[in-house]
Design a protein around this ligand. Structure first.
Ligand code: HEC
Length: 104
């Protein structure tokens, strides 16, 4: 019984992730859906719904044109200015950095 429910939970998680990635893909840009999904959940509160920048948080929807994946990861892990460190961690942080590095 427990096992069956777990399978359903995992199944719908994969399904939802796939859907979320497809929905937020714009134009002809190809995106790594995981990183995008995480960014859309964890970064938009400060950086804006389209990561276009708002208040004190800069636009990061094109951050890949000025920062490398490693530099972005460094900001996520260590924070910058008033941006707190560790908004997302570990594999999530890496996925977001990888996706953002492709946003130019
Ligand atoms: C609590 C608000 C907040 C959240 C949440 C937040 N940021 Fe930021 N972020 C900022 C602010 C403010 C800055 C500007 C820091 C500075 O330069 O003083 C910034 C700067 C950055 C920069 C550097 C951009 C540049 O041009 O120098 C990157 C990259 C970045 N954020 C990525 C992210 C990612 C990815 C997430 C989600 C995992 C995220 N941020 C979540 C507030 C936030």
């Amino acid at each position: 019984m427990k096992k069956a429910m777990l399978t359903v939970a995992i199944g719908s998680a994969i399904f939802l992730a796939a859907c979320g990635g497809g929905k937020t893909t714009t134009g002809t840009k190809t995106t790594a859906s995981d990183g995008e999904t995480i960014a859309m959940k964890s970064c938009i509160t400060c950086h804006g719904g389209e990561l276009q920048g708002q208040n004190n948080a800069p636009k990061i929807s094109d951050v890949g044109s000025r920062m490398t994946e490693a530099e972005i990861l460094n900001v996520i892990e260590n924070g910058k200015g008033t941006m707190p460190a560790g908004v997302v961690k570990g594999a999530d942080a890496e996925a977001v950095a990888k996706w953002l590095a492709t946003q130019k």
